[in-house]
Write a protein that binds this ligand. Structure first.
Ligand SMILES: C[S@@+](CC[C@H](N)C(=O)[O-])C[C@H]1O[C@@H](n2cnc3c(N)ncnc32)[C@H](O)[C@@H]1O
Length: 530
């Protein structure tokens, strides 16, 4: 429920400023009284040394502003004058942290316009017990970026001021002395501190706001201000919606300000449908330098983010698959990108044959192998995936299979989820005509093939598509892993299985680049299948 925020500026006559006595919060019957009570509190004890006060009071929408002032403020009406009454729609979640209304619609960032004065609760603590009590009250203390929560008690008239400090409290948690939880109350009691709530006037600046708070204040009310981004080295990568575009440079600047280490903010300008799976992007703020340096799973990578594919959300998947490999295993990475599977596998002691069609990825893949001192373990290719399977992989496979039993396993990784399943028919009859098929029980390559699915049963969907492309059933002899949810109703899946012998050596060879799906009737049931 929205409330109406009243910003009231008061001038205080001398008599009021020198009035003493701490404020105790009073709960009143009606919102109108709440406001009067607040003002009375202000006059009674708050900010005695401050000549002007800006108070923020939230009241429900239904309370008319004029009516709030139709009766004199309790006991103090003659002593202050209302200079300004301003109404701001506030989100109760943000409470006091709602920036001034004037920033709404701003397209060029003016940081000073976010400065405001707010009033927060505080508790006066003797310095001798300060550290202990601050620890005990940690949960209810004010927490804002760049704000000190322990401040001087600048109570000028009070001689004991220097022996005390004020701990600023979170106004969402602490409204009165009764708001402290049992543990906090016990700590206060044990250290002999009265749970007396004072009010402290605080200057809140742009630096003290979170990016979402800034954006929520600037963008049109009621619109989504999601400021999520992916971080790729020094680059923050956003995917702004249409309604956010008029504010794109301001959003970029805010993201850069609020995220140390981000020196460039870009926005996607197309969906990822280019062959090389890279994005078109526009620089919103910061330097125009797209060469990112990142670390993933302890490995360093460098690449031009505008020209290759990189997704920081795949780090766990890269690690998962490489953890299945053993030192000495042989890996064919058909769609290797800049090497997050390949370089990691080489670092684990595997021999890697890595391929990518994008010449730019191929270049960075070689660079990353060198950067991580595994260039002797990584042989790279710049081919179409099908050519790679039917060329370099085909040439090496017979020997690897013959040696298996005593020697390493072979893994084929195919991470091009939009298309990889369609490439599986390149394995049909790949070793047709090979007379030496290795010792009985020799281990055939283990494939890890990725696919997107929008079906209700994504496991079943990707499995069936793999089966159709291979022309054989895999059910019961494969594993299907859900990698991540890519979009609402779109999953990224990984199907892992040992390549069936009849597919590799079979006579049923698919036409090169065949796009027609084999009919389910043509599916062959392997003899070993139960
Ligand atoms: C989704 S990315 C995966 C990259 C990397 N394996 C990873 O996990 O981050 C797919 C990669 O396949 C490459 N690619 C696209 N079509 C290809 C094709 N027909 N043959 C070989 N590589 C291709 C793209 O350039 C891209 O680098």
């Amino acid at each position: 429920m929205f409330t109406r925020r009243l910003m009231m500026t008061f001038s205080f006559p001398e008599t009021t400023r020198s009035a003493g006595g701490p404020i105790r919060e009073r709960r009143s019957e009606s919102p109108k009284d709440d406001v009067r009570e607040t003002l009375a509190c202000v006059a009674g004890g708050m900010l005695r040394s401050v000549p002007r006060l800006l108070a923020l009071v939230d009241v429900p929408l239904r309370v008319g502003v004029r009516r709030l002032f139709s009766r004199p403020v309790t006991g103090s009406e003659k002593r202050f004058s209302v200079l300004r009454v301003q109404m701001v729609m506030t989100d109760p979640e943000l409470g006091l942290y709602q920036p001034p209304a004037a920033v709404r619609g701003m397209t060029v960032l003016e940081r000073d316009a976010f400065t405001q004065a707010v009033v927060v609760p505080a508790i006066r603590i003797p310095t001798r017990v300060l550290n202990r009590l601050v620890k005990s009250l940690k949960k209810v203390a004010l927490q804002r970026p760049g704000l000190k929560r322990v401040v001087d008690d600048d109570d000028e008239g009070n001689e004991t001021a220097r022996e005390h400090r004020l701990l600023l409290l979170d106004p969402h948690s602490i409204k009165s002395a009764e708001s402290f939880g049992p543990e906090e109350a016990a700590a206060l009691k044990a250290l002999g501190v009265e749970p007396e709530i004072r009010h402290y006037r605080l200057k809140l600046t742009y630096e003290n706001l979170k990016s979402e708070e800034v954006l929520r204040a600037v963008l049109p009310e009621g619109q989504d201000v999601t400021s999520g981004f992916s971080r790729v080295g020094h680059i923050a990568h956003m995917n702004l919606r249409d309604h956010q575009l008029p504010y794109k440079n301001l959003i970029g600047q805010v993201i850069m300000d609020k995220n140390p280490g981000v020196t460039c903010v870009v926005n996607k300008t197309n969906t990822i449908d280019s062959t090389y799976r890279n994005f078109q992007m526009e620089v919103l703020a910061g330097e125009d330098n797209m060469v990112a340096k990142v670390k993933e799973n302890g490995v360093s990578y460098e690449f031009d983010f505008s020209r290759v594919y990189w997704n920081p959300r795949l780090s766990t998947e890269h690690e998962r698959v490489v953890s299945l490999l053993r030192r000495g295993d042989v890996v064919f990475d058909v769609f290797a990108g800049v090497g997050p599977f390949s370089v990691l596998a080489a670092r684990r002691g595997c021999s890697v044959f890595a391929n990518d069609l994008n010449p730019e990825s191929f270049r960075w893949l070689q660079h990353n192998a060198k950067l991580n001192k595994v260039e002797s373990k990584v042989t790279s290719f710049n081919l179409d995936g099908r050519e790679f399977i039917q060329g370099p992989l085909r040439e090496r496979l017979p020997d690897l299979i013959k040696r298996s039993g005593t020697s390493p396993a072979v893994h084929v990784i195919m991470n091009l989820p939009a298309l990889a399943l369609d490439f599986l028919d390149a394995f049909r009859g790949l070793l047709r005509g090979e007379t030496d098929r290795g010792p009985d029980g020799s281990i055939l390559p283990r494939l890890h093939v990725y696919g997107f699915s929008k079906e209700d049963e994504p496991e079943r969907d990707v499995l069936e598509r793999a089966e159709l492309r291979l022309g054989t059933l895999l059910k019961g002899r494969c594993e299907v892993h859900m990698v991540r949810n890519v979009a609402p109703n779109k999953e990224m899946m990984c199907v892992s299985f040992d390549m069936p012998r009849d597919v590799l050596y079979g006579e049923d060879v698919a036409e090169e680049g065949c796009s027609e799906e084999p009919s389910p009737k043509r599916l062959k049931h392997d003899e070993t299948q139960e």
